[in-house]
Design a protein around this ligand. Sequence first.
Ligand SMILES: C[S@@+](CC[C@H](N)C(=O)[O-])C[C@H]1O[C@@H](n2cnc3c(N)ncnc32)[C@H](O)[C@@H]1O
Length: 269
Amino acid sequence: MNRLDALRYSAGLLPEESDAGYALAYVLGISKKEILAFPDRELTEAEEKKLDEIIRKRNEGIPLAYILGEWYFMDLVLKVDGSVLIPRQDTEVLCEAAIAYLKATGRRKVLDICTGSGCIALSVKSAVPDAEVTASDISPTALKTASLNAEMNGLDIKLVCSDLFSRIGGKYDVITANPPYIPEKGFGDLPREIREHEPRLALVADEEGLGFYKRIAAAAKDRLLGRLFLEIGSDQAEAVTGLLKENGFRNITVSKDLAGNDRLVTADV
Ligand SMILES: C[S@@+](CC[C@H](N)C(=O)[O-])C[C@H]1O[C@@H](n2cnc3c(N)ncnc32)[C@H](O)[C@@H]1O
């Protein structure tokens, strides 16, 4: 089977057609773009076997990112395993806004709480190399993955194990967070592959999904010099902006992700 046939073959068998390029590129050890540069090149028997194994696992409901052990976010390739949430494209809107703010203001001190794989912290550091980035999480295993990702991408960030701000000192120009925001009663409605494979600690929040926003809105002002960037669930804009207003934040904005859902709230001290 040549590369083009392999792409069609896997697109037909994977639950999401668009995953075929990722799976095949992984098997061949090349980038997605390179697949079609040599469409007639034949796969070896071992490569075909590896591709079939990926398709089989994916059809058992294991997310592709966990099967491959790596995923793509902004311009980075990140290691992912069951210790961290798979970075979502939805989160790129937050990164782009934070990067634009840092570039426009010349501010450089960044704190990313609830960092997981480190996707936000590392993409900010990659885009603004002289930023001084601290990333924290309550999960030591997630921090281990974030640390490997920093090393793999040659990016120097500081990692801290902390329950939100409890072990964070100093003040930051920018605070970013994509905290857990799924209400406990909404967990059962998530797709099975998320429920069964992604860490519950990364997903579920108390107080009807608002627990982390309440704690962040109350504590962030003492740690912030400039702007807060929060990812939110698509139905949480009103509640989160309300919490920020109550806590004295100014210039509160809501932005949408690429799918047109409310996804980002920003606020200034
Ligand atoms: C929604 S995930 C976000 C991960 C990553 N920032 C991203 O955007 O893909 C939330 C993260 O918050 C972490 N977390 C959960 N409770 C926490 C707490 N009390 N303090 C700090 N981090 C926490 C989880 O371990 C998880 O890595």
